[in-house]
Design a protein around this ligand. Structure first.
Ligand SMILES: [Zn+2]
Length: 143
């Protein structure tokens, strides 16, 4: 049976037995899990990070972005969790699914590339700062 309502449960560790209609969220381990809302019983794990899923809590309830696409499961269900409700999306063709997966992958790669560039810039600044300090010491300047 399809689940129409889903409520958040905040946990540190994901329990071994999870109930349908509940979204278990562990901020500690940056992960959320719920049973597929189509009722197939599959457990859907959603890592929480800038390139994976993000959740928001408002007075209306919990929302999870982006949508849940269970392409890997037989049910291939696709839905949104918004304000404690489950909104069903239209079924996607295999070509559409592939496009979404490729988009996800390239988003992830871009994010990692940007993070690495930030690190490199930071290292460069540190290098310049340490060279400058050595130059100042060489000439006897007080820093
Ligand atoms: Zn399912």
């Amino acid at each position: 049976m399809r689940v129409k309502q889903i409520t958040p449960v905040f946990v540190e560790f994901i329990p071994e037995q999870i109930e349908s209609g509940k979204l278990y969220i562990s901020d500690e381990y940056e992960i959320a899990i719920h049973k597929c809302c189509c009722g197939c019983g599959e457990e859907v794990v959603t890592p929480l990070s800038p390139v994976d899923w993000r959740y928001t809590i408002t007075s209306h309830g919990v929302s999870l972005f982006p949508s849940i696409g269970n392409w890997k499961y037989r049910c291939k269900s696709h839905y949104f969790i918004q304000d404690n409700g489950v909104l069903w999306a239209k079924g996607m063709s295999p070509a559409q699914i592939q496009r979404v997966e490729q988009q996800d992958l390239s988003d992830k790669q871009r994010y990692i590339r940007e993070r690495n560039e930030q690190h490199n810039t930071f290292d460069l600044f540190r290098l310049i700062a340490s060279v400058w300090n050595r130059v100042k010491r060489f000439f006897g300047f007080k820093s």
